[in-house]
Design a protein around this ligand. Structure first.
Ligand SMILES: [Zn+2]
Length: 211
């Protein structure tokens, strides 16, 4: 397959050749732009195991490079891939009892919104065949509430763990309907389902974000 290089996008940030100063071509459709190379250099120079920059880069959504084709055919092939209408970077981090929860970003779609997070904690002991989901409870300044999590996901990211005593989980929780026009702040509470069995029991995380 021949590749039209003017259509090249950085595999790390998604920007097109016209939006960056330099683009380095890799094998196939892989490219990296000058800014992402600088970011990688910063990550390599930072001795911190979970540097904010490393986590930010690792938790970006994948850049999908697809061959151009008629719009309706593309839609039929990927009916569930939707582009967020608005993305808010949150970068809020809280720690308790050896666990860290990072709220990474909020993505607003046409009919729902998603909260993307990273959860760093001691690995679940042997015998756990699943990762318990984090339970979210959201309330905005108008009193509207959300919970539940239909269509969210949680993935183990062993590639991001710095040592065997840490496990990294990347997840998203999905809520509907969208916040209203009058929503200006969101109070986000998050609880770990097994937290009640910890000694002492873990407190729910509590974040305040401004939209
Ligand atoms: Zn880039």
């Amino acid at each position: 397959m021949s590749t039209d290089r003017t259509q090249a996008r950085c595999s790390f940030c998604g920007r097109h050749t016209s939006e960056v100063r330099r683009m380095v071509a890799g094998p196939g459709a892989a490219y990296i732009c000058d800014e992402c190379i600088h970011l990688c250099t910063d990550i390599l120079n930072d001795p911190t195991p979970f540097s904010t920059k490393a986590l930010e880069l690792a938790s970006r959504p994948p850049i999908v490079v697809a061959a151009p084709r008629p719009a309706d055919e593309a839609q039929a092939a990927h009916p569930t891939i939707e582009t967020p209408q608005r993305t808010l970077l949150l970068e809020q981090e809280q720690k308790q009892q050896g666990m860290t929860l990072i709220l990474h970003r909020l993505q607003l779609y046409q009919t729902y919104f998603e909260l993307h997070f990273l959860w760093i904690r001691p690995p679940f002991s042997a015998g756990f065949s699943f990762v318990p989901r984090i339970i979210f409870f959201l309330r905005d300044n108008t009193g509207a509430q959300w919970h539940g999590d239909r269509g969210g996901m949680i993935l183990a990211r062993p590639d991001l763990a710095s040592s065997p005593s840490n496990a990294v989980y990347q997840g998203s929780a999905r809520f509907r309907p969208l916040p209203s026009q009058n929503t200006s702040t969101l109070t986000i509470r998050a609880a770990e389902p097994l937290g009640q069995f910890e000694d002492p029991p873990t407190r729910p995380w509590h974040f305040e974000i401004t939209l």
